[in-house]
Design a protein around this ligand. Structure first.
Ligand code: IPD
Ligand code: CA
Ligand code: CA
Length: 263
């Protein structure tokens, strides 16, 4: 599969950061047995991965701006382009040696998402998409799943944890989804959840209160895999509102009506 120059730049940055995360993941596995645990080590690994991505992208496109989870906004002299970067999505998984995490890089052009790369360095699954050119997992074309009924569907959402303020809403959604769906999962990585919807592994995914870097690349993947997205109220303000629903068109709408609105 021939990739565009733009995707090549993004893939190079993501895989380089991924190699660094893989090395650190090995160390995290050793640190599980220490009393202090790997907490500080993980936050250093996260920052290091972001630096690698920044250095790699700025070298190729010196004028473009950034929105990064760890370093925030860095304005470029080119007002049209902005990279949106989450160097490590699935931090809690990483911290606990669960190999479900990813590097996520998206490109916004004139305020519109035009390319996305998500890379899980442990499974070496590389998800890429560019507007108008389809979505791929490694070299294979991705399509969202075609299932139409919740009763056949594997869904994914975020499972609350200590400190979550919206436990009540989750319990209602859990009740509705468990009553209607074939399976409900929580991966702990918004980026990989969206990539897996694009790959047809998950039939649908929803989550509240995300940040733009959690979802930007995944949005491009799902769209280019023929999927549909909306915010929680059915509009298109996912990035602004933090709420997202993804799947094929029927699944996206059914999740909203049957699980979220009824909750
Ligand atoms: C988190 C993951 C998680 C989602 C959280 C995010 P992080 O990102 O995507 O799945 O439920 O809301 O903050 O902190 O691992 O980059
Ligand atoms: Ca994240
Ligand atoms: Ca992160």
């Amino acid at each position: 599969m021939a990739r565009s120059a733009l995707l090549n730049i993004m893939v190079q940055a993501a895989t380089k950061a991924g190699r660094s995360l893989t090395r650190d993941f090995g160390e995290v596995e050793n640190l599980q047995v220490s009393v202090k645990g790997p907490g500080d080590y993980v936050s250093a690994a996260d920052k290091k991965a972001e630096e690698i991505i920044y250095e790699s992208l700025i070298k190729s496109r010196p004028d473009w701006g950034f929105l990064m989870e760890e370093s925030g906004e860095v304005k470029g002299t080119d007002p049209l382009h902005r990279w949106i970067v989450d160097p490590l999505d699935g931090t809690t998984n990483f911290l606990h040696s669960l190999p479900i995490f990813a590097v996520s890089i998206a490109l916004e052009r004139e305020g519109k998402l035009v390319a996305g790369v998500i890379y899980n360095p442990i499974t070496e699954e590389l998800f890429t998409a560019e507007k108008g050119n389809g979505a791929f997992m490694n070299d294979r074309r991705m399509r969202v799943a075609a299932r139409r009924k919740l009763a056949d569907a594997a869904l994914c959402t975020a499972i609350p944890h200590i400190g979550t303020k919206t436990l009540g809403r989750y319990l209602e959604e859990a009740k509705a989804s468990s009553a209607h769906a074939a399976a409900v999962r929580g991966l702990g990585s918004a980026a990989l959840s969206l990539a897996w919807v694009a790959a047809g592994r998950l039939d649908g995914y929803w989550e509240h209160q995300l940040q733009p870097w959690d979802m930007a690349a995944g949005i491009v993947l799902v769209r280019e895999a023929g999927g549909f997205l909306s915010d929680i109220s059915g509009g298109e303000r996912m990035m602004e509102s933090g709420g997202i629903i993804a799947g094929n068109e029927i699944m996206r709408d059914t999740i909203r009506k049957t699980i979220i609105e009824r909750s």
